[in-house]
Design a protein around this ligand. Structure first.
Ligand code: M6R
Length: 576
């Protein structure tokens, strides 16, 4: 989704902004632009990759020590140069980059039209630039305070004012925004986009505005100066490099044993972290939901109670049943997924105690929840999550308590073995002709099946269905015909009999079954199989998912897909 970078310092800001925009590319975007302060503010924008923006800058260089930049992922208005940020006020006084959604955009457009200004773009963001110039009487911080008081919705704003060409102004509401300090001062929606020399950051809170100079920042709340805590940054995306791998997804797959080991051995958690309360609900989106679902049997065993697992976007609109004394665990790799953050707020309103499991310590989710437990996967650049998923399963294993401690400790070694077994999936694109692929499993294997299907869909664009093996016969089996690929995941020896039946049912209809299993009996019943090491059946998704990730990767590679940046997708989905 959209990304913000800003820099003011004693050197040319343009390369800093371009490097920052490149570091933000992984979030997904369709256009990008920069604004540089000077005698007047200059903007350069381009649709498509950052490289086309760079070409424009090569053809007509711009230089200046203070600027802002943006990668846009279109919501309001198509990806065109006109809709690309930064947006300028009609008088040329202000340039604005914006992440989030201005919900009262229509009213505000009417207001600026009354003032004789006609918006040029289809975006909800442009209006902020015009409002700033209407609210300005010589002090940009005051103008920003007035303008943000008119906005409804979510926003992270970076602003330049032509009258103060060395300063950047910022405002934050329900969309992340960080200030970084090093050789100059930086603004970004994502710590991974900050330059390497940034050694301290301030995480802006909702309702805060800020003024950035080359020497630091001043933070305000409702117009009054407030303290500005500086902390050490936990990630540096600019440090993330391919290290010889062709794609971040492959690199991150191979980082899983180490990432799991770090997660289970390096404590990064709040003070009270643990399972507590009279009921437990796990919430997430996409892969985080799948990780939660795969651990339902584990947590039911650990708590001795039934455990609910909900999609964040559905939980929000479920009945508001009071939940005092109950606990809600919210999983999010990024810690910035809007649905999950909204679900955390809703859970607190219903009376749940809230616990975040996230990979980003300084994220909105950790600040929204009562308590947190951090996975230690390191920066994840590929849009398709891999180590994010497996470290979440490991973290849930930690939460499940001492009964599972030895099984959790085995996970890094088992993940290593699963990676080796997955090597056998190289060049497997040939299995798939574009028709629907099924992934089936029971219990923890069902969560892994959903994740396997999601991986294949998102990076290869092949239709895939993750299904509880017992459900196949209730309708979806009508899609099985000669050659239909079915991936059967079976890691629980107690379910071998049932799984053999499901496999036979598929094969009878001509389906081609690839087993992902530790059981020789299951493997023998399949057309072919990836052999996993034996793994605790309630933590098995951390291991069984690895060949599924590799399968998706190899298929997408064979089809020539843009593996790390699949079409239409964003790394962190910051709108509901
Ligand atoms: O950062 P989060 O874990 O909250 O993200 C949730 C989903 O958007 C994410 O898992 C998505 O499904 C991934 N692209 C899957 O690979």
């Amino acid at each position: 989704m959209c990304g913000i970078i800003g820099f003011t310092g004693g050197r040319n800001a343009v390369p800093v902004l371009i490097d920052g925009l490149k570091a933000l590319e992984y979030r997904g975007y369709d256009s990008a632009g920069i604004a540089i302060a000077g005698e007047k503010i200059t903007t350069v924008k381009s649709v498509g990759r950052i490289s086309s923006l760079e070409k424009k800058l090569e053809a007509a260089p711009v230089v200046g020590c203070c600027g802002i930049g943006h990668t846009r992922w279109a919501t309001h208005g198509c990806p065109t140069e006109g809709n690309c940020h930064p947006h300028m006020s009609a008088d040329g006084k202000f340039a604005v980059v914006h992440n989030g959604i201005i919900e009262n955009d229509k009213e505000l457009r009417a207001l600026i039209r009354e003032a004789g200004i006609e918006p040029k773009s289809d975006t909800d963001s442009e209006v902020v630039a015009h409002l700033l110039s209407l609210d300005y009487d010589g002090d940009p911080v005051e103008a920003l305070c007035r303008t943000v008081s008119r906005l409804k919705g979510s926003f992270a704003l970076g602003v330049l004012c032509a009258d103060r060409p060395d300063e950047i102004y910022a405002a934050k509401m329900r969309s992340p925004l960080l200030i970084g300090y090093g050789d100059g001062t930086c603004l970004s929606s994502d710590g991974t986009a900050m330059p390497r020399d940034i050694n301290e950051i301030t995480v802006l809170a909702d309702g805060q505005t800020a003024r950035l100079t080359k020497d630091g920042a001043t933070v305000y709340f409702r117009g009054k100066q407030v303290g500005c805590e500086r902390i050490k940054p936990t990630v540096s995306g600019r440090a993330a490099s391919l290290s010889g791998y062709p794609h971040f997804m492959l690199k991150e797959m191979y980082e899983q044993p180490e990432a799991i080991a770090r997660t289970i051995s390096t404590e990064c958690r709040g003070k009270r972290t643990g399972l507590k309360g009279t009921g437990l609900t796990l919430i997430g989106c996409g892969s985080s939901y799948n990780a939660a679902l795969s651990c339902r049997p584990l947590l039911e065993r650990a708590t001795g109670r039934s455990v609910e697992v909900a999609l964040a976007g559905e939980f929000l609109y479920s009945e508001r049943v009071p939940a005092y004394g109950k606990q809600c665990v919210l999983l999010s790799q990024s810690g910035e997924t809007a649905d999950t953050i909204a679900a955390a707020e809703e859970a607190a309103r219903r009376g749940y105690g809230t616990l975040a499991i996230t990979n980003v310590h300084a994220s909105t989710l950790t600040r929204t929840c009562d308590d947190y437990l951090c996975t230690r996967a390191g920066p994840e650049i590929s849009v398709a999550t891999t180590k994010g998923f497996t470290t979440q399963v490991a973290a849930l294993g930690l939460l499940a308590g001492s009964e599972f401690a030895s099984a959790v400790r085995e996970l890094p070694g088992l993940a290593e073995k699963a990676l080796q077994a997955s090597e056998g999936l190289k060049n497997t694109a040939g299995y798939f002709d574009g028709g629907c692929v099924f992934f089936m499993g029971r219990g923890a294997d069902y969560g892994a099946a959903l994740e396997g299907a999601l991986k294949l869909k998102e990076i290869s664009y092949i239709p895939a269905i993750g299904i509880a093996a017992g459900e196949l016969k209730h309708g979806s089996i009508s899609l099985i015909e000669k050659g239909t690929p079915v991936i059967a995941i079976c890691t629980d020896d107690r379910l071998i009999g049932k799984s053999l039946l499901s496999i036979a049912t598929v094969k009878t209809r001509g389906g081609y079954v690839i087993g992902v299993t530790s059981s020789p009996e299951i493997a023998a019943a399949c057309d072919e199989a990836i052999m996993l090491p034996p793994v605790h059946p309630m933590l098995s998704a951390a291991v069984s998912v690895i060949p599924l990730q590799r399968l998706a990767y190899e298929v997408a590679l064979g089809l020539g897909r843009d593996i790390d940046k699949p079409r239409n997708l964003a790394k962190s989905v910051t709108v509901e």
